[in-house]
Each structure stands twice: as structure tokens, then as C-alpha cells.
Design a protein around this ligand. Structure first.
Ligand code: FES
Length: 116
């Protein structure tokens, strides 16, 4: 693992709070979204359950993004779970999260080791 991450400018507008925007970087489909408290997150665009694209079937709820296909939810750390009607949360598959930051109205996303 390298000590310093390398970042690339993403071709995407910074999301407003609660908004999900899609982009790609080095051929990898990603989403960039912002929690209701304003935390920025870049992650894989496809839900690890059945590959639903989260830019189209995702919704931000508080500090999580929910895949509306089967209601798995993911934190900004990529931890997946499903909440039942009584509020019990069962762990589900996790999703890759990519370090990112916003500066001067642009989004910068960490490149992944081994990519072109
Ligand atoms: S495809 Fe996302 S929860 Fe099933």
C-alpha cells in the first residue's frame, strides 16, 4: 500500500446534500454523493447485491445511501446492512468506497492501484 494516494479530477459536478451523481474514472463506474449532514462520498456505482446502478436506484437517507431494489443500505465507509421493520440491522455485503475530496467546486477521487 502506498503512503500517499494519487487523486484525479472527476468529470462530475459536486453533489448537493442528499444528491447522487454518477461518474467514471479509468473505466470504473462510480457515484459521488453527499449525506444529509454534508459528508462527501465516492463509491462503486453498482450495488454488490444484484448490480443495480445506485445513481438510478439509490436514495440518500440521512448518512446512508439505500439501494431501492432490495433496500440494502451503505454507510460512507461502505458497510452494507439491511434494516427490518423492527429496526434490526443485519450485515450485508459491503461496497467499495474510494477516498475523495471537494476543492474549488471540483471533485478529486483517488486513483486505484494497478489502474492505467
Ligand atoms: S440490488 Fe441493491 S439491494 Fe438488491
Amino acid at each position: 500500500m502506498s503512503a500517499e494516494a494519487s487523486y484525479q479530477l472527476a468529470d462530475v459536478e459536486p453533489p448537493e446534500t442528499g444528491q447522487i451523481n454518477e461518474t467514471s474514472l479509468n473505466g470504473r463506474d462510480l457515484i459521488v454523493w453527499k449525506t444529509e449532514k454534508g459528508e462527501l462520498c465516492a463509491m462503486e456505482a453498482r450495488c454488490p447485491h444484484q448490480w443495480t446502478h445506485l445513481a438510478y436506484q439509490g436514495v440518500v437517507s440521512g448518512e446512508e445511501i439505500i439501494c431501492t431494489t432490495h433496500f440494502w443500505r451503505f454507510s460512507t465507509a461502505g458497510e452494507g446492512c439491511k434494516e427490518n421493520v423492527k429496526g434490526r440491522r443485519d450485515p450485508k455485503g459491503n461496497i467499495d468506497v474510494i477516498p475523495c475530496y471537494e476543492q474549488d467546486g471540483k471533485i478529486w477521487i483517488a486513483t486505484t492501484e494497478g489502474e492505467d
